[in-house]
Design a protein around this ligand. Structure first.
Ligand SMILES: Cc1cc2nc3c(=O)[nH]c(=O)nc-3n(C[C@H](O)[C@H](O)[C@H](O)COP(=O)(O)OP(=O)(O)OC[C@H]3O[C@@H](n4cnc5c(N)ncnc54)[C@H](O)[C@@H]3O)c2cc1C
Length: 374
């Protein structure tokens, strides 16, 4: 009998599978993915400090590219921030994992029904295991009030070198268009770059032709022209303002279990943490896993309460075109604090410092109402 069936070959189950392959040859599992490849159409990025040194040791081999630092630019100035920054392209994630998974992997196979211990596949076949791990990502509209982080990314080849040495995580000098808007650039090589137009906006609408045109304008202003568009990705990630941790009726991993950073929407560090913790378990019985995962998800959701408060300040306290000033002032903090912010591990003292520096950017009464409008 199988120990585990991993439903969905996305980030969370992919990282878990990678960890099981490395550390638990005794665990019998299969991974079932509806799409033709693992990981879909994504670029997942993370700071080296988002994970522990031991985690980075097993994770970095999955990275498509790593850089020693990154930049941010706002109207008030620019800053280079030290520390490794890494990106995983889903096509690399796919081949590195698929090569190791071999016949443990079933692609183009949709799970049409599942319980905590069994799945039914689109072919009608049924599989059973001690536990089924549901890693199908966001499947329905969020149950909590939210804003959105929405973006369009173009992976392009330019006609001339772009001149970037390291990623530009935020170029906040751009016109804001009724949101907190910034442009993000990942230089793969001297002419190839992933350029993303990102908005912290109140609605999830993505007007792709307009966003494409804005990216072209941005590149033109930098004296750059696109030769080829290799890939396009877009999404609107829900950013929670309040709400409760999801109640897991059966073993669930990834964003479906609420395991993401409440302000950035990023989930990789928490998927890594869960992969380590799951791979170290002695028991994979669903009856034990469900309460254990509920505890993990609740603890994580609680750990994000300050970030949800910041989200309320951002979305409800600040005027949309003024939201950029919150991030502009945030980037005046010291590097260790910035690192702890992205890792989702701010201390109490950090939270006071973040609020004190952000306070002048949101009018007092509005900030108070936003913070306590849970
Ligand atoms: C465009 C985009 C960029 C992002 N960038 C980052 C980033 O840089 N860093 C970061 O940390 N986070 C990032 N995120 C946020 C988050 O990390 C990702 O959404 C992440 O992929 C979520 O991981 P997951 O495993 O929970 O779900 P997913 O990675 O979405 O995986 C779900 C998988 O389940 C499969 N599936 C669904 N239904 C079925 C079914 N019935 N049967 C079989 N398979 C099924 C899907 O095909 C998919 O492959 C990004 C999100 C988006 C949308």
């Amino acid at each position: 009998m199988l120990d585990l069936i991993l439903v969905g070959g996305g980030l969370a189950n992919g990282l878990l599978a990678w960890r099981l392959l490395q550390t638990r040859p005794d665990v019998a599992f299969v991974m079932i993915e509806a799409g033709p490849t693992l990981g879909g159409n994504h670029t997942w990025s993370f700071h080296g400090t988002d994970v522990t040194p031991a985690q980075l040791e097993w994770l970095w081999v999955l990275a498509s590219k790593s850089w020693p630092s990154h930049d941010v630019i706002f109207k008030t100035g620019d800053r280079r921030i030290g520390g490794g920054y890494h990106s995983i392209r889903s096509e690399d994630f796919h081949w590195k994992l698929a090569e190791q998974l071999k016949d443990r992997l079933r692609l183009k196979t949709k799970v049409t029904a599942q319980t905590a211990t069994s799945v039914t596949l689109s072919s009608g076949e049924t599989l059973e295991a001690k536990a089924v791990l549901d890693g199908r990502g966001f499947s329905s509209a969020p149950a909590w009030p939210c804003g959105y982080q929405k973006f369009l990314g173009l992976d392009v080849e330019l006609t001339t070198p772009h001149g970037l040495e390291v990623p530009l995580l935020m170029d906040g000098r751009v016109e804001q268009h009724g949101a907190f808007r910034f442009v993000y650039l990942l230089p793969w090589d001297e002419r190839r770059v992933l350029i993303e137009d990102t908005y912290y906006a109140d609605d999830a609408t993505l007007d792709l032709p307009t966003l494409r045109a804005r990216l072209t304008t941005y590149l033109t202003e930098r004296g750059l022209t696109v030769k080829t568009v290799h890939r396009e990705e877009s999404a609107a990630l829900p950013i929670p303002l309040t709400g409760e941790a999801p109640v897991l009726e059966r073993p669930t991993v990834g964003v479906a279990a609420g395991l993401f950073h409440a302000t950035t929407g990023y989930s990789l560090p928490f998927a890594v943490e869960l992969a380590d913790a799951l791979a170290a378990r002695a028991s994979f019985e669903a009856a034990d896993l469900t309460p254990w995962l509920n505890h993990f998800a609740k603890r994580h959701w609680r750990s994000q309460s300050f970030f949800r408060l910041l989200n309320r300040m951002l979305f409800r306290g600040a005027e949309p075109d003024e939201r950029v000033r919150i991030f502009e002032s945030f980037y005046k903090h010291d590097e260790p604090l910035i690192a702890r912010f992205y890792a989702g591990r701010l201390s109490r003292w950090d939270t006071l410092k973040v609020l004190a520096r952000g306070a002048p950017t949101v009018p007092g009464p509005r900030a108070f109402r936003a913070a306590y409008s849970a």
